[in-house]
Ligand binder design. Sequence first.
Ligand code: AMP
Ligand code: MG
Length: 267
Amino acid sequence: MDRYRVKPGHKVRLDKHDPRDTRGWDGDKDEAKARFVALNARLEALQELLYAEGKHKVLIVLQAMDAAGKDSTIRRIFDGTNPQGVKVKSFKVPTEEERAHDYLWRVHPHTPGAGEIVIFNRSHYEDVLVVRVKGFAPKDRWSKRYEHIRAFEQLLADEGTTIIKIFLHISKDEQKERFEDRLEDPTKHWKFRRGDLEDRALWDDYMAAYEDALEKTSTKDAPWYVIPADRKWYRDWAITTLLVERLEALKMAFPPAEEGLEDVVVV
Ligand code: AMP
Ligand code: MG
């Protein structure tokens, strides 16, 4: 999955990344789904190992435009993991108390502890995305944040956190279809807010803000991955592959057993 990693300091042109890309996968959709199930079991086993070993901390940051599949990615990829070791933290419009503090104040307490995987559904990146695009803070405020974010994530990495940042890249056309689907299906109405259309109208501004964020904050220890997300089956397969690769690289092992266990008899 290294092909989707944003190399530190490289300029990002999202229009050069195809949201319908399926590179690395030469089979068809059904095979991908089957392969996903097997890979997903591998991910579950790695998560169990991470939890048992109690050493590594893993932070997964998910960012995307509306309807790109943040929620379903979390649901589908982590459905078989142990809820004791996996936490999801969603970042919404800041509360009054959160707004009274600096923008990282609400983030740090939710970072993973040893043995944990934490998934951020949106994150501190909103403070250089929606805040920038909608003008919620002046430029001289948000433009300094890339540096804070790099330093904050470096702190986490230096203290032993593995950071994996994923941008789910969908096309504007695909978003239109998914919004229409949400409007048609009564069980999906709750997912739709009129405000989503305001963000859609600002699509190009969001892409520019994402390009800047990806370029300025993809570092060796906290890399961004731009994952093609128009095709859900490919998205799921690609993200699971990425996570399995990154977790396997941690070379984890179950903690050693107490000595003399072979002589223990359970009566
Ligand atoms: P959702 O993820 O669809 O439930 O929506 C959460 C909403 O909260 C999105 O519209 C985000 O842009 C918004 N949001 C998250 N963080 C911030 C922030 N720091 N400032 C302003 N809006 C935010
Ligand atoms: Mg939404």
